[in-house]
Ligand binder design. Sequence first.
Ligand code: ATP
Ligand code: MG
Length: 269
Amino acid sequence: MTARTAIGPVIHVRGLEKSYKELKVLRGVDFDVARGSVFALLGSNGAGKTTVVNILSTLLKADAGTAGVHGFDVATQAADVRESISLTGQFAAVDEILSGRENLVLIARLRHLGDAGRIADDLLARFSLTDAGGRKVSTYSGGMRRRLDIAMSLIGNPPVIFLDEPTTGLDPQARLEVWQAIRGLAEAGTTVLLTTQYLDEAEQLADRIAILHEGRILVDGTLAELKRLLPAAKVEYVEKQPTLEDVFLTLVGAAGNAPTSEHASEDRS
Ligand SMILES: Nc1ncnc2c1ncn2[C@@H]1O[C@H](COP(=O)(O)OP(=O)(O)OP(=O)(O)O)[C@@H](O)[C@H]1O
Ligand SMILES: [Mg+2]
């Protein structure tokens, strides 16, 4: 294995630029992600979030700038980067015909890991999919699919995981399930970079939040730091109304075992 530094940020991005023909998508993107933290890259449709993730996961080459992941340079040490990461793309990559367990066993075998069955069973348990493990994925809800997708990307214990819009198209319950799974990753010491268009998702999950806008990182900080960018909150006395999400979750039931067939399906927004 190539030498790498164990200290410093696990993801290090400086001056990243990328254009598609005339379209300048990234115009000098800089950020760092600390080891074992959750970093959220926020941005509107077309801001360039997937482009950043694809460059960091070596699927795409930047036009300029540097990026290091787990101490390896994405341009010159791509194979080492790939060994250190997993990518869960914007569109679920699970095989519909296979069962959840078969999907996991397949990936474990492809990665030449011994005892693929045990690895699959461990991951099913970790993502509360044990009962559904034997069923075809085509019968899974969107949230179950997403959790399986994330479970698949953990095979081989990569230290860094990229989640591109992990909850887009999911209903509030399924989103909570996926959030739980992502929190578990961070607690286990995995570094997570996720992209999202949902402000509340970043608020809920991220240690640091960066907003990608017009090709650059507009702001980057903890939630508290970002909130300080706005004028101090005025003290007002109002009755606190439940949010729509509170109402939805109270009526539908926020706790665990949601009905399995009624979640919204994955959809490109
Ligand atoms: N292969 C490509 N060829 C040409 N243009 C592209 C290509 N890939 C992305 N783009 C353009 O680059 C811009 C950034 O795309 P990107 O997919 O990175 O955005 P995003 O922030 O992930 O958006 P979304 O929230 O919709 O997923 C968009 O304008 C998109 O149309
Ligand atoms: Mg995208």
